[in-house]
Design a protein around this ligand. Structure first.
Ligand code: B3K
Ligand code: ZN
Length: 828
């Protein structure tokens, strides 16, 4: 059952080509395959699950073949041969949304990681790469597959993908779809037809996704020298999808919420996510598709790198420093949390039962941080040289992390043995900082709890706030190291870990005055924000542990940033945002304090109220409408984000009167949702919720927000969530809707952790119910329980009891049982 990295062996036979014919029917789809194999011995083992085998033939001769539960073993000639099979499958009954399934009457596929084996018998592993030719027969007007269109007629279409690819990149779509189309000319002068396929009626919601795609294509040419390689690039939006999107060669399939957007239906955050995910999937064409992974343990090879690339892209399109702050917020909320709990695993795991459980924040987000550190260590020019070499050397191959690091060693001459530890060691390193000032010499002593190489970007500020030593990257390679700075006129204030140069926890005791000084003066925007953040956490921690009221010094420091018109509104919005309750719980736990969810919740509210009072005179001006016609650009999004932060504070003073006005007048979803959240937060949102539901009732994507918001802001989140599970629009088999409801429950920290255990119980009940229908989504949502070890004994007991209750369910999926077992700390 357990797969180990150390057990890797190459596949027995080369696959020269694949030809597939699909006769689509909801309950009985026929899949014929013709596979040309090269020589590889007399035993052939193919993967296959849930397939009804109709016939099989080798070199035209029918063979008797009896599949078992996971595949088919055949005796084959010890020479090149052709295998033909025909199988029957039932896409309509496929609720797991893996393999070939149906969503709203449309056929679509999801094959990564191991879904292709639910379509036909095949060596379903990423290191087997082959060109595919596909014929689709159906009564659907639009029929799509990978590669270039070959021909089509009434009831059929043929596609040819010349680029050898692993089966996980296979895709097929057939449905009543309409396209929003455009064109792109590559830097090589090739003309590419671009289409975004959606259900009729949604075609006016594709412009931003298309615009993002075109910008992504240009950017990858300019920054990485990578051009697109087919005559057509298709994207399809699907309502029922287990994750965000999928990078199938030439035919990306997207969760519709990451494609469809109008200012009235999507928030600025939605627009930013659409831009990032469109870019991410497009960038996979080179980092993932042309160069793929040898086995699934190497997942970070494509995911870490592609996340890093999409982060770079968004930073270039928007504000780099704001983007970095947002990325670190996500990293800490998801990856640090994962790394601190029972699901911790290395960026390159060494064993798994169900690979779908390893599409994690660690593989993706920490994987991206490793690329960023590598770039910092070798420098920008060497990074580009190494990437050029990577594409040149490995195009068309299935690679490993060793291949990747070798490219960097060869391009830079640098030994990366120590760096490689980052890929194999789980957990977030802690770096502590000590500083001394003696006879004009400032010494920074950095120490770590491990033996990694950690790039620590540092700058020094003089007493008047000017930068006396600009950013330099210190390399911490030993357990403890001194870094000396000479020739300074006065004791400086050090700005350490600028730009969050490494994914570590920094232990540094600092006076509140020094933090406020950095919040006011740091020339590194990330650390400027970080100083305010740490200060806010210190205040919150004291409020939680000994009820100390928010000090004027903190209020003044935040107010100064909030009212500084010279600063980017997006930055001001981030600086006003208080640390999330879960983040605070993590920080308290790191410091040896058992977090009390109710006290954290109360402390956060108290801080928000104190801030609102401190800013009482300024707030009315800060909530003034954003000028000019609506635009999705970062500048305007930042203004709206700041306005909504201010509105949230103002509502705490006036019971939501202004928020109600903003809600009534809103012409875009950012402000509609921002105002609704402000109203819900002060318990005045009932009327607005009704209005919202009447206005958007039929819009699946928008209604997900309606489900989430009322749970996120509820005092008794489990009760509200439970009530909403009875709502006629709670279509629990739709992953977006399930996530909207239960993701919000898990995201309401005090609510989920209610002392009576009702949050835990409700979620566990629904995971048990969803598991037989959609194990992947059930397993993913179960991660809400990973935080149990940091809770008090009573809550620990309640959470563990729910995990045990899940584990006691007969015939639990491999997905959910692996997750629950790992979380419960059980081996088998
Ligand atoms: N590669 C896909 C994720 C597949 C998840 C399989 N459970 C999307 C992405 O990372 O781009
Ligand atoms: Zn990806």
């Amino acid at each position: 059952m357990t797969v180990h990295l150390s057990d890797y062996t190459p596949f027995s036979h080369p696959v020269e080509s694949v030809a597939l014919t699909f006769r689509l029917a909801p309950r009985a789809t026929r899949v014929q395959s013709v596979i040309r194999f090269g020589q590889g011995g007399t035993t052939l083992r193919l993967d296959g699950e849930g397939l009804t085998l109709i016939r099989a033939a080798i070199d035209g001769q029918p063979v008797d073949a009896a599949p078992d539960a996971t595949g088919l073993t055949l005796t084959v000639p010890d020479a090149p041969f052709v295998l033909e099979t025909e199988v029957e499958i039932a896409p309509e009954g496929n609720t797991a949304l893996e393999g070939l399934y149906m969503s709203n009457g449309m056929y679509c596929t999801q094959c990564e990681a191991e879904g292709f084996r639910k379509i036909t018998f095949y060596p379903d592993r990423p290191d087997v790469m082959a060109p595919f030719r596909v014929r689709i027969e159906s009564d659907m007007p639009v029929m799509l597959s990978n590669g270039n269109p070959v021909a089509q007629g009434n009831g059929w279409a043929e596609w040819d993908d010349p680029w050898p690819k692993p089966a996980y990149l296979f895709a097929l779509v057939a449905g009543e779809l309409v396209a929003h189309s455009d064109r792109f000319t590559t830097m090589n002068g090739d003309d590419v037809a671009l289409n975004i396929w959606v259900r009729p009626g949604d075609e006016d919601r594709c412009a931003y996704a298309m615009n993002s795609l075109i910008r992504s294509m240009k950017w990858d040419e300019q920054v990485y020298g990578r051009a697109y390689d087919l005559s057509v690039f298709n994207i399809v939006a699907v309502d029922d999808f287990n994750m965000g999107a999928m990078e199938n060669k030439g035919l990306n399939i997207f969760n519709s919420k990451y494609v469809l957007a109008l200012p009235e239906t999507a928030t600025d955050d939605d627009f930013a996510r659409i831009e990032a995910i469109i870019a991410h999937e497009y960038f996979h064409n080179w980092t993932g598709n042309r160069i793929t992974c040898r086995d699934w343990f190497q997942l970070c090879l494509k995911e870490g790198l592609t996340v890093y690339r999409d982060q770079q892209f968004s930073a270039d399109m928007r504000s780099a420093s704001v983007k970095r702050i947002e990325d670190v917020l996500t990293l800490r909320a998801r990856q640090f949390r994962e790394d601190a709990g029972p699901l911790a695993h290395p960026v390159r795991p060494e064993a798994y039962e169900e690979i779908n459980n390893f599409y994690t924040a660690t593989v993706y987000e920490k994987g991206a941080e490793l690329i960023g550190m590598l770039k910092l260590l070798v420098g920008d020019d060497a990074y580009r040289r190494a990437l050029d070499l990577y594409f040149e050397r490995h195009d068309g191959q299935a690679c490993t992390i060793e291949d990747w690091l070798t490219v960097f060693q060869d391009a830079t001459g640098r030994d990366l043995t120590q760096f490689k530890r980052w890929y194999s060691e789980a957990g977030t390193p802690r770096v502590s900082v000590d500083e001394t000032w003696e006879e004009g010499v400032f010494t920074l002593t950095l120490s770590q709890d491990g033996q990694k190489i950690i790039p620590v970007a540092v700058g020094l500020l003089g007493p008047d706030g000017t930068e006396v030593v600009p950013t330099q990257v210190l390399e911490l390679t030993k357990h403890r190291q001194d870094f000396r700075f000479e020739g300074l006129a006065a004791r400086p204030v050090a700005s350490v870990l600028r730009g969050f140069s490494a994914p570590v926890i920094l232990d540094r005791s600092m006076t509140a005055q020094d933090r406020a000084f950095l919040l006011a003066h740091d020339t590194d925007a990330f650390n400027r924000w970080e100083a305010g953040r740490t200060l806010a956490k210190d205040v919150m921690a004291r409020l939680v542990t000994d009820g100390a009221a928010p000090p004027a010094m903190w209020l003044d420091a935040v107010a100064a940033v909030a009212t500084d018109d010279a600063l980017d509104p997006a930055f001001r919005a981030l600086a006003l945002r208080l640390p999330a309750e879960d983040d605070m719980a993590q920080t308290l736990h790191q410091g040896g304090v058992t977090p009390d969810p109710d006290r954290i919740h109360a402390a956060r509210r108290q801080m928000a109220l104190a801030l609102a009072e401190r800013l009482r005179d300024a707030l009315p001006a800060l909530v003034a409408p954003v000028a000019g016609p609506w635009s999705p650009d970062a500048a305007q999004a930042g203004q709206r984000a700041f306005r909504m932060q201010a509105l949230g504070l103002l509502s705490r003073l006036n019971g939501g009167a202004e928020a109600q006005r903003v809600f009534d007048a809103a012409t875009n979803m950012t402000e509609e949702v921002g105002a609704l959240s402000a109203l819900l937060e002060v318990g005045a949102g009932d009327a607005a919720l009704g209005v919202f539901a009447r206005k958007w009732g039929d819009d699946r994507i928008v209604m997900d927000k309606w489900f989430s918001l009322q749970i996120l802001h509820a005092a008794d989140a489990p009760a509200v969530a439970r009530q909403l599970t009875e709502h006629p629009r709670f279509d629990w088999k739709n992953p977006n809707r399930f996530r909207a409801l239960f993701g919000a429950l898990a995201g309401n920290h005090a609510g989920f952790h209610r002392a009576d255990g009702s949050g835990y119980r409700l979620l566990a009940n629904w995971l048990i119910r969803l598991d037989p229908v959609n194990p992947q989504t059930a397993a993913r949502m179960s991660q809400a329980f990973e935080g149990w070890p940091r809770m008090d004994a009573d809550r620990q007991g309640l959470m563990r009891a729910e995990l045990e209750r899940i584990l006691a369910v007969p015939s639990l999926s491999r997905d959910l049982s692996e997750m629950a077992r790992r979380m419960a700390g059980r081996r088998k």
